[in-house]
Structure formats: structure tokens, C-alpha cells
Design a protein around this ligand. Structure first.
Ligand code: GLC
Length: 460
């Protein structure tokens, strides 16, 4: 008999303790159960945070929690067109929700960003919701649920929100700052990679889950036309390696018309060439953090790069190249705790201008160069998918040395990730679930099918 490792057992117990009940049914997990710090909104269930817990529950035969979560959050999604500017738009999914009890009657109260610090819009919630719905269907084969009219409507509304009306000339999704896991100002307005990888995976999920009937035809067509354009745009224009740097370094500027090579009018002085030529290995590269008019953000964002591998947004060579980069720059990107949310940190004037002098996001802290253990599962999935399981083992071994002694912190600070985050919550649920999920993924490659996509279009 295989006995469970004590650390895994402990993590399971902590995950169980975080489950939220609504009308006596489990519907999600709270963000953190830190007994010593004021909860603020950490006593709520965040959609993005729940994804790692949900996949672990699915793998352990606890799919009812995920089903309840999907059904309840679907009811929170606004279904009417909103002309009232203070109400969330049609199709949006909330950042988080909590159970409220009024006169002994329970109800779910959603936060679409109207209560959140800085009132940020959680664009990633509806994208994660799609990704999770697909994982649920892949695991349980419960197509009856997804073909139910309320679910088909919910998917349609999300796809419409992303695909129909837009002020943009790029195939990527235009979003405000703070629209994802990085829910504070960090210079990420426009077309940040973290959102684009999720957007792409959500479109793939939508293409699989929309029932091919008359009502859905226009969206199925829209998805089919958007996907190849999005893939080409990201693979060509976000990719940075030594070869691309050479091309960008010698770009002409102010080019007009279809033949322009420097399509986004990038000025060479805006790119830190000298640092990058030293940092990039010969056999590696990564997707840039953002791309817009006269802008390439050269910071490395882990979630966007790892989810690009997991979802086959990058091609095989690029996916291997990203993992080579992580291996070569291990000290920078993993260090003492997997792994950096973004690298390098914004410092000095850049920190002042781009974060608005945010003290929580001081250099090498929190979102600005801090290390987030939840990312281990994405690293494990990407490494397992690309045959680089050695990297996943290495990362998990590092994490195991500290996570439970440190009581499962939300994030770590410092260049090497050696400090427990200044304001980090302990018993942060996605830290716990991220670790459990990474273990599941390295122990059983079959589990990858819940989160991974093959090359698009998939061979019949
Ligand atoms: C913080 C994080 C956000 C997370 C939330 C709950 O606001 O920035 O990504 O969803 O905490 O854990």
C-alpha cells in the first residue's frame, strides 16, 4: 500500500479546512485562513484562486464541489445588457464571492471589483471559469451539465464579451491595469501576456464546449477566425530570443503601410538590450510581458509564459525554449521559492511611475518581483507536458523545504525569495492547492488532460 507523505496529508487537511458551504453544500474555498491577520476579503472565494483547489478536487473524485461552484457562480453572472455604468457588464464573472446570512437566510454576495481595492475589473475570472468548466467536463464527462441552456448561455455571454465589440486593431484582448492575478497597478494595461494566455485557453475551451447548433454558429465562427490570428500574433510578435533581439535592435521606425517590418513602431532605445543579451541563453527565449504601440514590456511574467506552454499557445520549440530559460536563469526565476511572478522588479523611477508609488509592490515584493508558490502547479504542468519533469521535481523539492514550516504563505519577498512576504497571509489556499496539484501532475501525466491543450487546430 502506498502511504501518503505527511506533508501531502497536512496540505489536504488544510485544503479541507478552507471549504466554504452554502445551504449546506460545498461551493468553493476561501482565499486564506490566517488566524493572525485581518481578513479583509481573504475570507471570500476568489474565482482565480479556486481553480487550483478545483482541479485537485476533480482529480480526487470530489467533483461535486466543482459542479456546485460552477452552477452558483453562473447564477452570479449578469445576464442583462447594462447601460447603468455602476453595474458590472453582461457576461462578466466576479472576482470573488462570499456567503451572507440575512434574517437566517443565506445568499451569495459577489464582488465584481466594486468593493475591491482600487476597484479593479477581474477580466481573468470569466476566462478561468471557462478553463475550469472544460477541466470539469474532461474529468467527469458530464456533458449534460455543459449542454444545459443556462450553461450554453453563460459561455455565449463570456465569448461575446471577449469577441464582439472592441476598440482595437490587435487580435489580443485589450484590458485595463490590474485585470488579472496582478490586481494592482503594475504597468499592465493594454495587452498583458498573463491575460492573453488565459484568453487563448478560454477561446479553445469555448470552441470545445459550445454546442454546434444554429444559435451558437456565429460565435463558433468568430472563435475559429480569432484563434489563428491570436496564435500568429503572439508567436511572432511577443517572442523574445537572441535572434529577435537582433532584428528589433536594427529596426527602422515610423514605417507606414502594409509592408512595415516594425509594425508596432518600437523604438530601440526603449529595450534593455545589454541586459537582455547577457540574460538570454542561446537556446532559450520567452514571451514578452506586453505589446502595444511603441511598447514591448520585456519583463518575464511566469503565469503568462507557463500557461502559454500548457495551452499550446507557443509552439514546441518556443515552449522548450521557455523551460531552457527557466533552467538557465534558475537563481533569478526560482531561487529559494518557486517562482517569481515577474522578473525583474520595477525599481526607482519606474516603480514610482508605473505602480503609483505602491508600498505593497516595492521592488522584490508581492507582485513586483515577489515569489508565488501557487505557480508551482503551472511550472509542473508545463515541465511535465514538455518532457522536462526534472525541472518540476527540482522546484517541488525546494518548495517542500519551507512551505509547511512557514505555514503556507501567500508569497515570498526578496531577490531570491528567501523572506516570507511582508504582508503575506498564512494558510493561503492556493499555495496549499498549488502544491498538491503539482504533486498530482508529476505523479500522473494522464492528469495533464484536464488543463492542457494540443496544437491548434487539433488533428481529427
Ligand atoms: C490578492 C492577489 C490576487 C488574489 C487575492 C486573493 O489580491 O493579488 O491575485 O486573487 O489576493 O488571494
Amino acid at each position: 500500500m502506498i502511504t501518503e507523505e505527511p506533508l501531502v496529508k497536512e496540505a489536504w487537511q488544510a485544503l479541507e479546512n478552507s471549504i466554504i458551504y452554502y445551504q449546506e453544500r460545498p461551493v468553493g474555498t476561501i482565499a486564506a485562513r490566517d488566524p493572525d491577520v485581518q481578513a479583509l476579503n481573504y475570507d471570500q472565494c476568489f474565482i482565480r484562486d479556486f481553480v487550483s483547489s478545483a482541479i485537485v478536487f476533480l482529480l480526487k473524485g470530489r467533483s461535486e464541489i466543482v459542479r456546485n461552484f460552477l452552477e452558483e457562480t453562473l447564477k452570479l453572472q449578469p445576464k442583462e445588457r447594462q447601460l447603468n455604468s455602476s453595474k458590472p457588464g453582461r457576461g462578466l464573472m466576479p472576482a470573488s464571492f462570499k456567503v451572507e446570512s440575512i434574517n437566517g437566510k443565506e445568499r451569495l454576495k459577489a464582488d465584481f471589483g466594486e468593493h475591491a481595492i482600487a476597484r479593479v475589473a477581474p477580466v481573468d475570472s470569466c476566462l478561468w471559469w471557462m478553463i475550469l468548466l472544460r477541466a470539469y467536463v474532461n474529468c467527469t464527462k458530464d456533458t449534460k451539465l455543459v449542454y444545459r441552456e443556462d450553461f450554453q448561455e453563460g459561455i455565449r455571454l463570456i465569448m461575446e464579451l471577449c469577441l464582439v465589440a472592441r476598440f482595437d486593431m490587435y487580435p489580443t484582448l485589450l484590458v485595463p491595469d490590474g485585470a488579472s492575478m496582478i490586481d494592482r497597478r503594475m504597468g499592465l494595461y493594454g495587452h498583458p501576456l498573463d491575460i492573453q494566455s488565459l484568453f487563448y485557453a478560454a477561446l479553445r475551451a469555448g470552441g470545445e464546449l459550445l454546442f454546434p447548433n444554429q444559435d451558437n454558429q456565429y460565435l463558433i465562427k468568430a472563435i475559429r477566425s480569432r484563434l489563428p490570428a491570436l496564435i500568429e500574433h503572439i508567436r511572432e510578435n511577443y517572442w523574445l530570443d537572441t535572434h529577435r533581439l537582433n532584428v528589433i535592435y536594427r529596426y527602422k521606425v515610423e514605417e507606414y503601410g502594409e509592408e512595415a517590418l516594425n509594425k508596432f513602431n518600437i523604438y530601440s532605445d526603449s529595450i534593455p538590450f545589454h541586459k537582455l543579451t547577457e540574460w538570454l541563453p542561446e537556446d532559450g527565449g520567452y514571451l514578452a510581458g506586453n505589446l502595444g504601440p511603441s511598447q514591448i514590456d520585456c519583463r518575464f511574467f511566469s503565469q503568462g509564459n507557463l500557461m502559454a506552454i500548457v495551452s499550446s499557445l507557443t509552439n514546441k520549440q518556443q515552449s522548450l525554449g521557455i523551460l531552457n530559460l527557466i533552467e538557465t536563469r534558475w537563481e533569478d526565476l526560482v531561487g529559494d521559492m518557486p517562482m517569481k511572478l515577474c522578473f525583474p522588479a520595477l525599481e526607482d523611477l519606474e516603480w514610482k511611475i508605473l505602480t503609483g508609488c505602491d508600498p505593497k509592490n516595492r521592488p522584490w515584493s508581492y507582485h513586483n518581483g515577489g515569489s508565488w508558490p501557487v505557480l508551482i502547479w503551472m511550472l509542473a504542468a508545463a515541465a511535465q507536458k514538455m518532457g522536462r519533469i526534472d525541472l518540476a521535481h527540482r522546484a517541488i523539492n525546494i518548495a517542500e523545504k519551507r512551505l509547511n514550516t512557514d505555514q503556507w504563505p501567500e508569497y515570498y519577498d526578496g531577490k531570491n525569495g528567501r523572506l516570507i512576504g511582508k504582508e503575506a497571509r498564512r494558510y493561503q489556499t492556493w499555495t496549499i492547492a498549488g502544491y498538491l496539484l503539482a504533486k498530482e501532475l508529476i505523479n500522473n501525466p494522464n492528469h495533464l488532460k484536464l488543463v492542457c491543450f494540443g496544437e491548434y487546430p487539433e488533428a481529427m
